[in-house]
Design a protein around this ligand. Structure first.
Ligand code: B12
Length: 212
């Protein structure tokens, strides 16, 4: 097995200390940090996504795999010159909308997107439209990923889109929405660009909407 394959296995199996060790070893052997994303981390998280879709993996396995991926990305991120590899996939402002404190799904989506090479600006939970608009402007984001778990807070997704429009930023970003009560029909009705039912779908959508 190559080191790339070993790292893939470590991530899929959720072995964060092994992932860290292998990443250090790869760097010592002269492998470029930017090479490790497409050849190990991204395919590993793609496989995790496939397993989740096929019900071979459930939330705990996904979280553990994402944590292993993070053990590797934490080492690599500061080494990427000008963050070229991360920036090339796009910048995502992600959050749970105002009034909503559920963040487990949002965190999985953020970790999967990060593992897929996106730069993540995570605004946490209870994010106001103003805060989101400000972050999009400041970080020149090209994607906004909004999560809502309550039927009473879904409507705040619409408020974010209206605030982006009012700030003249709507045509600069693609807005993705998700969360248990959210549907494709809802996404359409509020003028979002896409709805994803789970984290792998979020990655697919982000790749489609902001192609490298
Ligand atoms: C855990 C939980 C909590 C925890 C949250 C902890 C945390 N840090 O997140 C706590 C205990 C704090 C909580 C509080 C409340 N909760 Co609660 N909670 C849940 C529960 C059991 C699980 C949610 C979860 O984490 N699921 C696992 C994750 C992985 O799934 P997910 O969030 O759906 O995310 C996936 C997808 O939806 C998608 N996705 C998510 N976000 C995004 C974003 C994008 C862009 C994309 C593309 C995809 C995407 O990808 C994710 C990964 O695959 C749900 C029940 C349920 N089955 O959903 C109730 C639930 C959501 N809660 C509910 C309620 C009512 C509440 C409270 C109001 C309870 C109360 N009376 O105080 C409060 C509200 C607090 C607030 N203001 O937010 C109701 C909502 C009912 C409704 N239809 O509105 C639910 C459905 C329970 C129920 N059946 O009544 N809750």
């Amino acid at each position: 097995m190559t080191l790339f394959e070993e790292l893939q296995q470590a991530i899929i199996n959720g072995k964060a200390p092994v992932a860290k060790e292998l990443t250090d070893k790869m760097l010592k052997e002269g492998i470029r940090p930017a090479e490790i994303f497409p050849k190990a981390i991204v395919p590993a998280m793609d496989e995790v996504g496939r397993r989740m879709r096929d019900c071979e993996f459930f939330i705990p396995e996904v979280l553990i795999a994402a944590r292993a991926a993070r053990a590797s990305t934490d080492i690599l991120r500061p080494l990427l010159s000008g963050e070229e590899a991360l920036r090339s996939a796009g910048t995502v402002v992600c959050c749970t909308v105002k009034g909503d404190l559920h963040d487990i799904g949002k965190n999985i989506v953020a970790m999967m997107l990060e593992s897929a090479g996106f730069r993540i600006i995570d605004l946490g939970v209870d994010a106001t439209p103003e805060k989101i608009v400000e972050a999009v402007r400041q970080h020149k984001a090209n994607i906004v990923a909004l999560s809502a778990l309550l039927t009473t807070t879904m409507v705040n997704m619409k408020a974010v889109i209206e605030a982006l429009t009012a700030a003249g930023l709507r045509d600069k970003v693609k807005v993705l929405v998700g969360g248990a009560p959210v549907t494709d029909a809802w996404a359409h009705s509020i003028g979002a660009d896409g709805y994803g039912k789970d984290a792998p779908a979020a990655v697919e959508l982000a790749r489609q909407l902001a192609p490298v």
